[in-house]
Design a protein around this ligand. Structure first.
Ligand SMILES: [Zn+2]
Length: 158
């Protein structure tokens, strides 16, 4: 039985640390053979770049360890991945994605399934591990602030 809860606990703490630094509370870890090969958390504000999502950061951190066709690699993330991050997960060859809770605003899992986007390549998707803890992250002020900000930026850039 994989240690889903153990890894999710780790990134819930990582997400809280991100929130304490004024980032959106989201974190991710890439695990292979019981070892961490990549870690990431949201870095949009500190890096002033919209690509600074937790999942993408974790995948980039894992990049040199992944190789072309990685085996038995699991990505854990507190929030359902967005389209960018789920696409990157697929191209990284991640086998399983475990996430804590839905992201109603940006989550892309249902869209990818419904429209069979990269259908055969979709990793196994497991939702709801430590859901209560991950839902609580959404109530932190920096999560709400990030949501308001991203909508504001989208409007002013249009
Ligand atoms: Zn993302």
């Amino acid at each position: 039985m994989p240690d889903h809860v153990k890894w999710m606990r780790l990134i819930v703490e990582g997400a809280k640390a991100a929130a304490a630094e004024g980032e959106e509370p989201a974190a991710a870890v890439v695990v292979q053979d019981g070892q961490i090969i990549g870690l990431g958390r949201n870095s949009r504000n500190s890096e002033k770049c919209g690509l600074g999502h937790a999942v993408l950061n974790a995948l980039l951190d894992a990049k040199r360890n992944l190789g072309l066709r990685p085996k038995d690699v699991t990505l854990y993330c507190t929030l359902e991945p967005c389209a960018m991050c789920l696409g990157a997960t697929i191209f990284a060859g991640i086998n399983t994605v475990v996430y804590g809770t839905h992201d109603d605003a940006r989550g892309a899992v249902e869209m990818f399934k419904e429209h069979s986007i990269y259908g055969d390549w979709l990793p196994e998707l497991i939702n709801g591990v430590l859901m209560k803890e991950c839902e609580a992250l959404k109530k932190l002020p920096s999560f709400k602030k990030a949501m308001v900000k991203s909508h504001t930026v989208a409007r002013t850039d249009a």
